[in-house]
Design a protein around this ligand. Sequence first.
Ligand SMILES: Cc1cc2nc3c(=O)[nH]c(=O)nc-3n(C[C@H](O)[C@H](O)[C@H](O)COP(=O)(O)OP(=O)(O)OC[C@H]3O[C@@H](n4cnc5c(N)ncnc54)[C@H](O)[C@@H]3O)c2cc1C
Ligand SMILES: NC(=O)c1ccc[n+]([C@@H]2O[C@H](COP(=O)([O-])OP(=O)(O)OC[C@H]3O[C@@H](n4cnc5c(N)ncnc54)[C@H](O)[C@@H]3O)[C@@H](O)[C@H]2O)c1
Length: 444
Amino acid sequence: MANQYNYDVLYLGSGHGTFDGAIPLAHSGVKVGIIEEDMIGGTCPNYGCNAKITLDAPVALTREVEQLQGIVEGQLSINWTKSEAHKQDVIKGLPGMIGGLLKDSGIDVIHGKGTFKDNHTVLVDGQPKTAEKIVISTGLRPHRLDIPGTELAHDSRAFMSLTKLPKQIAIIGSGYISMEFATIANAAGANVTVLMHGDQVLRNFYHPYVAQVVKDLEKRGVKFVKNAGVSSFEKSGDQVEVHYGDSRTLTVDWILDATGRIPNVEKIGLDKIGVKYNQHGIEVNDYLQTSVDNIYASGDVIDKAQPKLTPTAIFESTYLSKRFSGQINDPINYPVIPSVVFTSPRIAKAGLSIEEGKEKSYQIETNYLPDDWYRQVDNETIGDNSMVFDKQHHLVGVTEVSEQAENVINTLLPAIEFKFGPAELNRLVYLFPSIGSAAWTQLS
Ligand SMILES: Cc1cc2nc3c(=O)[nH]c(=O)nc-3n(C[C@H](O)[C@H](O)[C@H](O)COP(=O)(O)OP(=O)(O)OC[C@H]3O[C@@H](n4cnc5c(N)ncnc54)[C@H](O)[C@@H]3O)c2cc1C
Ligand SMILES: NC(=O)c1ccc[n+]([C@@H]2O[C@H](COP(=O)([O-])OP(=O)(O)OC[C@H]3O[C@@H](n4cnc5c(N)ncnc54)[C@H](O)[C@@H]3O)[C@@H](O)[C@H]2O)c1
């Protein structure tokens, strides 16, 4: 590649939208640089998936013990301080591990905030770093409510760093972060109130299944306030008041603002160089190329129809790596990308939704999971799934609510992605008994 620049490819941001692709790219002989202003590895390992799932592990355990009460005797309780410390132990090595992989691949990691000077130059602390191609992979940051007292609220990162769990917690919003953190905080003993923007929780998931999760959380003491209309936060001694609705007040110890995440597109010089973006992120074509030819985007910062999740970011950075190293010239062809909300029970889905299946008049088979013998092993009491089949009876979508939904969806993904028919299904021999075998059995 060209050598009038410092790098062949320079990435802005070091999350999954970058490193999964940058490492093989560097191994192919391409000179790669990465600019990162915060922790190496970005949101997922440090402030997202890995951190969250570690805090979720004790919740899953308490739920299993609860289901088997009587067989297993005695209640479990979660020691929040130790759980938080365990989370820190689990994730603290990740940035060093990822940084080591980058270094071993010959990648230069430049610490600092990058801003474009021109379409081949990024400034870091006033120092120019030049490259033939630049990939913007700056991710998302928490949206903060624009109301009086907003500085009194906190984000998901702050929640996962709490060494002591507040007694009374208000969560604003009812999306992914709200529901997962309400589940964790409630199980660890906090009184949680969710103040909703509208009247729907997790609006992108199948409502009857979401309703089961909400009902269970309510049974456990979580309160939901629909159409709350939160208008301000105010300090009140050691506590904080949430003003909402028609002059109503909720006094709590801690507020989580979980009202969404917005793209990091401002103050990095995009207007100056002509990279087009909107409130959903950077606009790209089917090659992940922005409105400026030599500049690409990857991961959450892209304005796209696919879910803004780690697997999507990994797929995109890997696609760019293959393209930059000359292995492919085709446009990006996304596979089926599943998604899961780590509530208890979880809700997970892949492929066509139940609503989309109905619109196409596809066959929808539903299963009440507590009737399945394998779920009775754990005494699972909540569980449904719906499988959508096309006219040739290929599985094209699954949605499930159950404690093991993420594993069922992962198991069935190949059937959806590769359109398994009877011939393929008949060749599958799976380990028995297992959640995977329970999932495949429903297909046969
Ligand atoms: C609480 C939480 C839980 C989540 N749980 C899951 C989950 O269970 N499963 C899942 O699939 N996804 C989950 N996600 C989403 C997942 O974390 C993201 O999809 C993923 O991290 C996207 O990777 P990315 O590289 O696009 O962005 P990021 O990982 O956000 O990386 C962007 C990086 O760019 C850096 N940066 C930004 N601007 C600049 C600049 N100007 N100069 C230098 N560096 C810059 C940032 O510091 C950051 O490190 C979760 C997210 C959150 C917040
Ligand atoms: N399990 C996972 O994969 C996982 C977990 C956490 C986060 N994530 C990722 O992070 C993203 C962000 O999660 P999130 O929960 O912050 O966003 P979200 O989009 O899922 O939910 C945002 C919530 O805030 C509400 N809201 C929006 N504006 C509001 C306002 N002005 N006042 C009150 N409420 C308002 C919305 O109605 C919605 O309920 C997700 O979309 C997902 O990409 C994924």
